[in-house]
Design a protein around this ligand. Structure first.
Ligand code: MG
Length: 288
């Protein structure tokens, strides 16, 4: 898929999903339709997880705020859509199923394109930008909390018996709040959105290497999924890659990644600043 936009930015995209080698069903769902790129990983027996992830993705796909070609979505728009998804999943599954969801929406503020990354659970969004590879989303999982608390290392988290336990999900449990990150699109950016069926099998270093060396996004998607299967394919695996080129205004932007915890924001600061007639969006005091 390739698309061009009024600002001149061009997106290239690859995507695929695989049931893996051990699971009977594929309970992952995804949406890769500009401006929304999202992966949902359903949880719950008897196909309920499949219903949860599919409903989540359907809600994203049907949202007017995220309509094709729209660049005006805000974090609060997205938060509202995710709340709708949560309610729809609860109604459909009687709160017996849940889903993670992570991904990115391309938005614009005064003609400058931004990635609006969002996350609930332990699917992930990564960014390869100017040679630097980093996980943007932060997992909502028991092992992430253990890592944050200094009780285990990141390497130990990969093999921890409770590594699949998420602490936030849509459709189940008490904590459904998404986290958001807003960052200017840089020329040549490559974003990766994936379910834990990839990251549970393939380490960040190998992912980084494949993203850096395989030019075509669909080829890179296929290589990543193949690697997950080769390493065991114990879970459903879903991968989306989004490439940005011809990024207008990328030279003039000097703000860094800003993270918004759910209780920090009702609107991203970039949107709040749009009412004050100031210059570039102010995303101050954020180290990366
Ligand atoms: Mg999974």
């Amino acid at each position: 898929m390739t698309a061009s936009h009024p600002t001149g930015i061009r997106l290239g995209c690859g995507y695929n999903t695989d049931r893996g080698l051990r699971r009977e069903l594929n309970e992952d769902s995804f949406l890769a339709s500009d401006p929304v790129f999202a992966v949902a990983d359903g949880m719950g027996g008897h196909e309920a997880g499949e219903v949860a992830s599919r409903e989540c993705i359907a809600t994203l796909g049907q949202s007017a705020a995220l309509a094709s070609g729209s660049r005006s979505a805000t974090a609060s728009d997205l938060q509202e859509v995710l709340r709708q998804a949560d309610a729809r999943i609860r109604a459909l599954t009687d709160s017996r199923a849940g889903t993670t969801v992570s991904g990115v929406v391309l938005v614009e503020e005064r003609g400058v394109p931004y990635w609006l990354v969002f996350n609930v659970g332990d699917s992930r969004t990564y960014r390869l930008s100017q040679g630097r590879f980093e996980q943007i989303s932060v997992d909502h999982s028991e092992v992430q909390e253990l890592v944050d608390g200094g009780f285990i290392t990141a390497a130990e988290a990969l093999v921890h018996p409770r590594r699949h336990v998420v602490t936030r999900a849509l459709g189940a449990g008490d904590n459904t709040e998404a986290d958001f990150w807003l960052m200017p699109v840089e020329e040549g950016d490559r974003l990766l959105v994936c379910s834990d069926g990839l990251t549970g099998e393939v380490g960040d270093e190998a992912i980084h290497r494949m993203l850096s060396t395989i030019a075509h996004p669909q080829d890179a998607v296929d290589a990543l999924i193949h690697a997950a299967l080769r390493h065991g394919g114990r879970d459903n695996v879903t991968v989306i890659i989004v490439d940005a080129s011809d990024v207008a205004g990328s030279d003039s932007v000097s703000v860094d990644t800003a993270q918004f915890a759910a209780d920090d924001i009702t609107l991203p600061r970039a949107t709040e600043s749009s009412t004050d007639g100031g210059s570039a969006p102010t995303l101050e005091d954020q180290d990366v």
